[in-house]
Design a protein around this ligand. Sequence first.
Ligand SMILES: C[S@@+](CC[C@H](N)C(=O)[O-])C[C@H]1O[C@@H](n2cnc3c(N)ncnc32)[C@H](O)[C@@H]1O
Length: 166
Amino acid sequence: MLKGPFSGGWSGFREAADAEKLASVQFECVAALGDAPLPDVSGSFDLLICALALCHVPDITGAGAECARIVRPGGHLVLTDFHPAAVAFGWRTAFDTPGATYILPNMPHTRADYLDAPTQAGCQVREMRDIALGGEPYGDVSEAAIREKGMPPFCLVILAQREAAG
Ligand SMILES: C[S@@+](CC[C@H](N)C(=O)[O-])C[C@H]1O[C@@H](n2cnc3c(N)ncnc32)[C@H](O)[C@@H]1O
């Protein structure tokens, strides 16, 4: 995984690549995940980053399949998100504008749903990280542990790899 600054969002990956002097890494933003199929670019990408989006998408399985489809066999997927346990805890994604605060709908996905989505799409999950609000590893994500801490994990990061062809 890339080292360096990490906000969980898309821009953090560009910053991390710059910090590692990976100028040759090309980033392309592919929109429309969720309501419509991604463009006809099957098997085109070495790495797909889906950042902070799946918590808004009702069909996480379909979105996972779309993400996997556009990655080449043997290529990787990085899925980051607001942690599903934070949603279950009652936290919500929101942003402020000068005139209003907008609260985006958050789906009741579970951590297992995030694991299943790439797996069902023919990928192997290589790494799964639960990150605390301060950026450190959260540790035990059982309901009992979260209750005891009084604060859920903040971010979920998954590294998956599409199975190689043949
Ligand atoms: C926190 S932003 C993350 C944006 C970007 N991926 C990044 O890392 O900076 C959440 C994104 O989810 C998108 N979104 C919200 N609801 C969605 C839905 N139902 N289907 C697909 N995308 C959705 C929003 O348009 C927004 O771009």
